[in-house]
Write a protein that binds this ligand. Structure first.
Ligand SMILES: Cc1ncc(COP(=O)(O)O)c(C=O)c1O
Length: 427
């Protein structure tokens, strides 16, 4: 880690040398009491690009000019809009463009992927996942089990942190895979746990899971747009993510799905189909018998919202012009600076909170989760009143997620000063 300094002039110098310093002005920063807020909530809803409105307006204009013909006419016929999204996304998630489908929303997509990849048979029925996965994933797994007539209590196996710890050791995940090896049908982990901020070793989990005959998928809600991913090279079976967090595509943004290319032409794999997954060249012949597009698009069901496509495009255009690897580099540095500042606060005010996010680079993304020891809600409320937008998880957790495209080192420095001031005044 770089030797950082906790001073305003040092933070300002980092900002002045930041290759992404001009990108903040491409976003609408919410204002609090006449001042721009320090928005550390990119892991919940990323901020709005200034170009989103214009991109959505283009769709409305095309709809106005051409009606349904807009699917085939104009500069950007809607029928091919998908390709403008899958190319930038393929770099972000480490996939081939044809391995990506932009469709639906995250929980819906997880259910659809399980229709293809969770096929309980004979003794092989179990699903392995992390304890305290995001609630929607827990409900999704529970109802998938019931949908197959199985008892969730019997077939869902959760890997937990060791007593007194917060992270889940890779070793314990591998042990659990081996322990249940002949009974495992599916492994579903998040790429980055929403609560602790822990990044899982997706490559190793995939290898170990597939070696015992299970399918392996990931929920990348907090990983896509946050950390480097190599889904194709890691040989992951499938993955799903939402685009409204680090990918700034707006509330309820259209979701993303990765399906490894080896499944694209596999006609034996069961799936729930709809006409938008049908072979594009003959889709409008409206014939009986499902003929899938031989790519991840073959899992699409319904006519997509081109308005949601447009808002996704606005955000991806910014990422493309900033450069994905430049974003990743700043993300690491900004997050390291946040750790430096938090450590400094902890040195002055011992035992007020514990960082539960793992410290190792490969086990963290751009998020720090602080477990508060008492009066955490008051701390959070005071931060909010001071213009710092952070996240509160009951009963005692504050999450901070600095975003390289619009957060500054100075904001991180100010956060540290404000935390010290709040703790010195007493809660
Ligand atoms: C890890 C994770 N999984 C699933 C979801 C649910 O996503 P959606 O509401 O888009 O289905 C979220 C939402 O924040 C999430 O963080």
């Amino acid at each position: 880690m770089t030797a950082f300094e906790n001073s305003l002039s040092y933070a300002q110098e980092l900002d002045a040398n930041d290759p992404l310093k001009d990108f903040r002005s491409k976003f609408i920063i919410p204002v609090h009491e006449g001042k721009e807020q320090a928005y550390f909530l990119g892991n919940s809803l990323g901020l709005q690009p200034k170009t989103t409105k214009a991109e959505i307006s283009k769709i409305l204009d095309e709809w106005g000019s051409y009606g349904v013909e807009a699917f085939f006419k104009g500069d950007n016929p809607w029928l091919h809009f998908h390709e403008q999204l899958t190319i930038p996304l393929s770099l972000i998630v480490g996939a081939l463009p044809e391995e990506i489908s932009v469709m639906n929303q995250l929980t819906v997509n997880l259910h659809l992927m399980l229709a293809s990849f969770y096929l309980p048979t004979g003794k092989r029925k179990k699903i392995l996942c992390e304890a305290k996965a995001f609630p929607s994933d827990q409900y999704m797994l529970e109802t998938q089990a019931k949908h197959h007539g199985l008892d969730p209590e019997e077939i869902i196996v959760e890997v937990t942190p060791r007593p007194g710890e917060h992270k889940i050791h890779t070793e314990d995940i591998l042990t659990a895979i081996n322990q249940h090896k002949s009974e495992l049908a599916l492994i579903l982990f998040s790429g980055l746990n929403y609560y602790s901020g822990q990044v899982f070793d997706m490559k190793m989990i995939t290898e170990a899971g597939q070696a015992v005959g299970a399918k392996v998928g990931f929920d990348l809600a907090h990983a896509a747009g946050n950390i480097e991913l190599k889904l194709h090279d890691w040989n992951v079976d499938f993955a799903c993510w939402c685009n409204y967090k680090y990918l700034n595509s707006g509330p309820g943004a259209i979701g993303g799905v990765f399906i490894h290319e080896r499944y694209h032409r596999d006609r034996a794999i069961p799936r729930l189909a709809g006409w938008w997954g049908y072979d594009k060249t003959t889709r409008f012949n409206m014939e009986k018998g499902f003929q899938p597009i031989p790519s991840a698009e073959g899992w699409q069901l319904s006519t997509p919202s081109t308005i949601l496509y447009a808002s996704h495009k606005a955000a991806l255009d910014i990422i493309q012009s900033a450069g994905w690897f430049t974003i990743l580099e700043k993300s690491r540095s900004l997050n390291d600076y946040l750790w430096h500042i938090i450590d400094d606060v902890q040195n002055e005010f011992a035992n007020r909170f514990t960082c539960i996010t793992p410290r190792l680079n490969e086990e963290k993304g751009s998020q720090v989760s602080l477990l508060t020891h008492s009066k955490g809600r008051k701390l959070f409320d005071k931060l909010t009143r001071a213009g710092f937008i952070t996240d509160w998880r009951e009963p005692d957790l504050v999450r901070l997620a600095p975003v390289p495209l619009y957060n500054t080192y100075e904001e991180v420095w100010r956060l540290g000063q404000t935390l010290k001031q709040i703790l010195a005044e007493g809660l």
